[in-house]
Structure formats: structure tokens, C-alpha cells
Design a binder for this molecule. Sequence first.
Ligand SMILES: Cc1cc2nc3c(=O)[nH]c(=O)nc-3n(C[C@H](O)[C@H](O)[C@H](O)COP(=O)(O)OP(=O)(O)OC[C@H]3O[C@@H](n4cnc5c(N)ncnc54)[C@H](O)[C@@H]3O)c2cc1C
Length: 411
Amino acid sequence: MSSNEIVIVGGGPAGSSAALWLARSGHPVTLVEKKEFPREKTCGDGLTPRAILQLDEMGFDFDVPQFHRITGLRSYAADDVMLEMEWPQHSRFPSWGGVIRRKDLDQQVAALAEKEGVTVRSGTEAHPVVEGGALRGVDLKRNGETERLDPSFVIIADGSLDRFGRGLGTSRRRDYPMGLAARGYFSSPRSADPFLESQLDIRDSTGASMPGYGWVFPLGDGEINVGVGLLSTFKRWKHVNTTVMMQDYVEAASDYWGISADKATSDPKGGKLTMSFSKSPQVGENWLVIGDAVGAINPWNGEGISYAYETGRIAAGLVSDAVGTGDPAILQRYPDILDEEYGLYYKMARIFVKLIGNPPVMRALAHTGLRNRPLMEWTLKVMANLLDEDDKHLGEHIYRTLAVMTKTLPV
Ligand SMILES: Cc1cc2nc3c(=O)[nH]c(=O)nc-3n(C[C@H](O)[C@H](O)[C@H](O)COP(=O)(O)OP(=O)(O)OC[C@H]3O[C@@H](n4cnc5c(N)ncnc54)[C@H](O)[C@@H]3O)c2cc1C
């Protein structure tokens, strides 16, 4: 490989997005994915309008049979309060979302990148070649063979475990929140439901409140994705077994889903959610870190796919400029761009998740909030990062006031 080529490590949403945007700008790119497509990824499979916008701009075909269109969110606080809300109207984002299994989504987006000219090397694991603390090359391992590449730039998109990045010294801030979640697939008569569903007050088999939340995301193909999650800001989070929590949630889920343990079509699987840009460094002399590997997940709602696409696109722009100008120092703008784009919003999220880390506070907020439609519609906009710049009603003023206040708080 000639040294003007760019290597991207990881073929999930972050890596495929970076690869696609670089190839579209005319750069030679190799996307390395250690698994073969289609590959499973533990996820809720839910896409908000933010993700839809990115997919649309990449050229995704929403008419594929695996894609199920979603018009909004239905939220519960135990059995007593429920509110159904459509996605908001926005000047930039569409007012619809979707659910699609990650094995289908990621394969289809990688195929889009390939169509743009990206060389996709699946079934191949990338390892950093580090000399004197600097990244000097990438070893590709496949079927016991090793091949050395000597790219000019490397974009690291290897997900929440971030083994490649750790070889370069990346680590997670322990004082920032982290999520734990588990999901499983179930057959359900209500698989065509057009709403994502969340449960903000979940109980165990004895009826006692648990710290965390639950979801049901319908796939439209006879199955639903059911999951539970909790944050490291929740008390006792280290003692919670998400698999047991999930069993309890399945038993307690609304009857209309028609689910029970014997309707499971897969074993439950868990994973970590690295959020709030908790990973650093974000950039080196010739590399950038994107998606879960940099901790890009939104702490407000645990959404990571759209932020993986977005950070991939930002990184692609910087690398493209660095190649175009011959000035690798352009990469060093990355932390400032992330801070400008997400810094304040994620800082506010850290305050919010600290607050709801106290289960009685979360329960009280859920039970009172869900009785107030305008408040919850605004909350949905905030949590899904869909506030419109031009939208000047009361909610935005409160948001901006909070924003000013959080600037002065040490979070
Ligand atoms: C249970 C759960 C539910 C979730 N639900 C949602 C949801 O509903 N909606 C949402 O938006 N987000 C959700 N998320 C978050 C979302 O899954 C992630 O934010 C998203 O996958 C991040 O994309 P990524 O490309 O950064 O990483 P990944 O999707 O993890 O992709 C990383 C890729 O890199 C590959 N790789 C790793 N190391 C190497 C290597 N050395 N060489 C080559 N390849 C390598 C891996 O095989 C993998 O394919 C959920 C997460 C969990 C755990």
C-alpha cells in the first residue's frame, strides 16, 4: 500500500461513515473489519431522526425489507402513566426514525462505502505498530498471515472495547458516566408497531423498583428487540445483573407485546455504552478516534449510531483537508470541533444522569413528567438532540438558561 492511503479500523457505523465520506472526496481508503459481514452487534437497533439524516446523505435505501419505519416514542412510568409522542418537526432532521437489525444495517452501509470505492477487508484484524509512542504502521492479521500497511492516516473506529486505540494509550475517564445494557429478540404479534417504547420505572419480580430503564423496539418482521439498560451514575449499578433485570422486564412488559421467556428467538446479550466523549486522547499525530471508541454515545438517551456516523464524517473531513493541504496538523482541530458541536450538550447530560442516578428522583420525574405532554415533547427533543436553532418557544429558553448555568458547574 502506498503511504498516501488511509486505513480505517472497524467496519461499524463510525468506520463505514468515515470510509464513505473520504472515498466520496476521492481518497483511497481501506476499511478493515475483523468479522465477516453480516456480523452481529449487540444493540437496540433503534434509529432516531439524527441517524436517518446521516443515512440519507450517505445514500441508504430505506425501502429495503429489513427497515421498519418509526413515527415516535411511547413512554411508560410503571403501568399507570403512558404518553405517545411523534418525532418533532425540525428544519433539518426528518420527523421519522427506524429500527433495523445491526447485522443488516452495518452490512448495507459498508456496501455503500464499497460502492464509493472503499477497499473493504473483512475477516481481518488490525493491530497498531507503535514505535516511540507514535503510530508507524498497521499490521493486518488474517488466517494466521500478517501484512504490514504504511498508511499516512489511520482512523480508529473499533468500538467500545477499543483494543487498537488502547495500544496507542487511549483510556476512559472514570468520573464520566458509562452505560450497561442487554438486549434479546422475541417473536411478537405487535412487531409492526410504529412506535419505539420505553419504560422509565421498571420493577423486579417482587415489584421492587430497579435502577434503570427498559425498551421494546419493533422490527416489523414478526420480532421485537427487547432490552434493559442502566448507567454508572445509578446507585448499586455494579451489583445489577442485566440478564436477570431483562428476565424481570420481559415478564412485566405490556401484555400486547405477547412476550415471555419461551418467545425468545435469541439469547440475551450485553454490552457497554461509552458516552460523553469519555475517551482520550481523541487525536494523535496521524490518527483520530471516532464513534464508541472515543465515547461518542449521547448520555441523555444512550443513542450511539448517529454519533458514530457524525464523528466519522467529521474525522473524514479533517483527514481529507490534511491530505489536500499536506498539513497533518489539521487533525489537531478535532477535539475543539467535538467540543463545539457536543461539549455543552453532553455536559448538561452529565448533570441529568447524575440526577436520575437516584431512583426515587428518576421515578418522580417519570411519573410527573409523563402527565405533562408539552413538557415531555420538549424533553424528547432535548434527549434526542433535536432542538431546532430557529425554534424559540419557552422550552428553548429554559434549555439555554440551563446551558448557561452548566458552564459554571464542574461536571
Ligand atoms: C445493548 C445495547 C443497545 C444499544 N442500542 C442502541 C440503539 O438502539 N440505538 C443507538 O443509536 N445506539 C445503540 N447502542 C449504541 C450503539 O450500538 C453504538 O454506539 C454503535 O455501535 C457505535 O458504532 P461504532 O462504529 O463506533 O462501533 P461498533 O458498532 O462497535 O463497531 C466497531 C467495529 O470494529 C470492529 N473491530 C474492533 N476491533 C477491530 C480490529 N482490531 N480490527 C478490525 N476491526 C475491529 C468490530 O468487529 C466492530 O464491527 C446500543 C449499545 C448497546 C450495548
